[in-house]
Design a protein. Sequence first.
Length: 202
Amino acid sequence: MSEPPKFEVIDRRKRKAEEEKESGPSSAPPEQKPAAAPPPGPRLVTNEGHREAAPEPAQPAAERELAEALPPPPSAQESHEQKAAYDASAQRLEDLIRAQNPSVGPQPPIGFEHLVQQLYLTAMLQMGAGTQEGQAPRVDIMGARATIDLLGVLAEKTRGNLSDAEDKLLQSVLFEVRMAFLELTSMMTMPKVPPPPPEGKK
């Protein structure tokens, strides 16, 4: 096995003093002295002077047009005041419901899992799930596709910002609704085979 290369540390101050001693005093002003050749050996090269700003990602045209068409967002104070008014109104509604139905407990806070479950339920209903026995299923295949795509957008936009449990729930739900969509569209696009003719007839 070959030995690793050895690096020699050179004291530039000592080298410069020896060079001046050998050459003697110079009449040229210090700023006009030619630059000494760098000593042999490894040198550290930095690109700080040539550092360029990273280009910003291009914004899609549709997203840019949407941003231009939207009105300016509310200020932080407006959003805070509206949120406080909304919470107070929701609390009054919950108090009214509990006064009429004392057995109803307080509503749990809405979390990310409720959003995923709501979209999952909507997609499955749009694909005919929950149809009562004896009734023809009502399928909204294009609506189901849009809901499944919304789950995909949610997964893309929240990537890296979810807990392990939230990410597992979202990925499992997305896989399940996509599988149901594939099975349903396969049945819808499968060519219909005509029934066999009755016996005795050709």
